[in-house]
Design a protein around this ligand. Structure first.
Ligand SMILES: Cc1cc2nc3c(=O)[nH]c(=O)nc-3n(C[C@H](O)[C@H](O)[C@H](O)COP(=O)(O)O)c2cc1C
Length: 204
């Protein structure tokens, strides 16, 4: 690891991305993750998976994967709350053993170069071995960003107070209703249903 923030960690810039790794059977595993990237140093990235995440476990077993830049927040929301069935279209990565999401805007095939598990979150430093572009990014949209926020909250129902999540969802719902299209509305609705279900199971 280099420097206090680790490789690519010093910029503090986090990309909310979709990451594919290989599961124990060699199939594609998909999860939203927020790697740290430094725009001035696009050849490196830093992943911070929770130790209990499948992505973290997969990368310890097979230290290669693909980070995707996408504006498909419906896929991001679906991946945040469980396995996406059937899996989205993907093709084999070129320079690592892994999969590229065919619907992504850009992708970065990476290989883990250093593992630091001295802290509460494992820090996986990686080098980008190949990057590709598939289509244009939609651009800023408040509903898309609201869905990203809602998806992050949906993955934290086990430890965030239900009232805090409900208050945030109330605020985010306005942005989705005002500025979203059908995909953003569907994504938000499925996240709301997930959060409701999690709340009900905690109250049991
Ligand atoms: C936009 C977004 C970014 C996320 N970033 C991370 C992250 O950097 N590290 C992490 O462990 N979990 C992150 N999460 C939560 C994981 O996606 C979630 O815990 C998921 O269940 C982990 O999936 P896995 O166990 O299949 O790997 C993020 C979720 C979202 C929606």
């Amino acid at each position: 690891m280099t420097g206090p923030g680790g490789p690519a960690g010093n910029s503090g810039l986090i990309l909310e991305a979709l990451v594919t790794t290989l599961d124990p059977g060699g199939a594609m595993h998909l999860a939203p993750m927020g790697p740290h990237l430094d725009p001035a140093d696009p050849g490196r990235l830093l992943l911070l998976p929770y130790p209990d995440s499948d992505t973290g476990r997969n990368l310890r077993r097979h230290p290669e994967g693909v980070v995707h830049v996408t504006d498909d927040v419906l896929l991001l929301a679906r991946a945040a709350v469980g396995p996406v069935e059937p899996p989205p279209p993907a093709f084999p990565a070129r320079h690592v053993r892994g999969f590229v999401l065919a619907g992504a805007c850009r992708y970065h095939e990476f290989r883990v170069t250093a593992v630091d598990d001295s802290g509460p979150r494992v820090r996986l430093a990686a080098e980008v071995v190949h990057a590709g572009r598939l289509r244009d990014f939609f651009g800023f949209n408040r509903a898309k960003h609201a869905v990203v926020e809602a998806a992050i909250l949906a993955t934290r129902t086990a430890f965030l107070p239900a009232e805090e999540i409900a208050a945030e969802y109330g605020r985010l719902a306005v942005l989705v209703a005002k500025t979203g299209g059908p995909a953003e509305k569907e994504a938000f609705a499925l996240l709301e249903a997930h959060v409701e279900k999690a709340k009900a199971s905690r109250q049991k």
